[in-house]
Ligand binder design. Structure first.
Ligand code: THU
Length: 146
């Protein structure tokens, strides 16, 4: 993704710290591959996610999806930045399913994947998922006020 056609970004320090903290909470006894994610909403809130695996392997949840679930559950509907931290080289890049989940809320958000050595893979969500699927007017898009 680090080519002349896409943005070369650096991780936001607050999000990097959060992604590393989430990484440390990952539950990955099967793959032994931990991932942490932190995102910032359009109004400045930060949410975190880690991968959470299951003995029924297909039920595992990626870090990016966990972060989006936390955001949406809190009533937020848009984010501007997400940092994904792993100890892989090159750094773990969101899987195809996660790209679509990110795209639902923020096709223009910045994505920065980074590892312990500071290697970076970055771009917009739409760079990671060209031609992502989106309905024009999803129903019940807004969180319901108390
Ligand atoms: N995983 C993530 O959480 N995010 C990624 O970007 C790549 C993969 C998780 C899924 C699974 O728990 C483990 O990493 C190995 O695939």
């Amino acid at each position: 993704m680090n080519n002349p056609n896409v943005l070369n970004l650096v991780p936001d320090p607050q999000l990097l710290e959060g992604a590393v903290a989430a990484f440390k909470q990952a539950y990955a006894p099967y793959s032994r591959f931990r991932v942490g994610a932190a995102l910032r909403t359009a109004d400045g809130r930060v949410y975190f996610g880690a991968n959470v695996e299951n003995a029924s392997y297909g039920l595992g949840r990626c870090a990016e999806q966990s972060a989006v679930q936390a955001m949406a559950t809190a009533g937020a509907r848009e984010f501007t930045d997400i940092v994904v931290y792993s100890e892989a080289s090159p750094p773990a890049s969101p899987c195809g399913a996660c790209r679509q989940v990110l795209y639902e809320f923020a096709p223009d958000a910045r994505v920065v994947c980074v590892n312990q050595d500071g290697e970076i893979l970055s771009g917009l969500v739409r760079d990671f998922l060209p031609h992502g699927f989106r309905l024009e007017q999803p129903e019940q898009a807004e969180a319901v006020a108390e």
